[in-house]
Design a protein around this ligand. Sequence first.
Ligand SMILES: [Zn+2]
Length: 255
Amino acid sequence: MGGVRLIPIGVGEAFSARHYTSCLALGSGNDWLLIDCPHPLRKMLREATLTAKLPEPLDIGHFTATAVTHLHADHCCGLEDYGYFSYFALGRRAKLLMHPESSARLWDGLLAAGMESVQARPDEPPARKALSDYFELIDLDTTRPVACGPFSIECRRTIHAVPTYAMRITVAGRVLGFSADTAFDPGLIDWLAESDLIVHEATSMAHSGVHTPYEKLAALPDEIRSRMRLTHLPDDFDVGSSVIEPLREGKIYEV
Ligand SMILES: [Zn+2]
């Protein structure tokens, strides 16, 4: 299949009992970028890409890199397995794209507890490992696009509880915009509006907080709404009456 395409791997918010959590696969030819990396990633990839009827299900080894928006578990709790699978099964480091503010506590605050010690055999002492044994961390930058393979990634800080970055990703002349997690932010909408396809998080008013109420997005001009799709959906989200199309896991969207 030609063109630039997006396959949602997980479209649910953190508490969803219906969906996997935030994860997107962006593809151009045989090049794929993973956007956010929750658990259980390999099962999620297999199920979504079988639904999408790809000739071969996507797996961790197919991705040029993963770009992670922030350290809430529903967006990043697959990174330990992503790193271990790359290290042990693929024999290489995984490329990981994050803004330095988002990744500042990635090792000490998240991954070290499960990854700093590796023991090859019961009769040998464990070896001490560091983030750089598993990952090639590539810093995103708000002042310039960062290239990784055929993908070029721009980022912008959002309004959220922990440092979080929205992204505009250009590949083969097409641009995907992803809001990441954010309170409603008209400046961010303007920034994302320069994309061909916009994926925005949405929640119901009842628990908006540092998320974006659906009603705010539904009130945007038609021209923007027509290029927008919704993700990070709560289980009570009324998919049937939404005036903006909610993403579906395993459906292929042309960017
Ligand atoms: Zn979050």
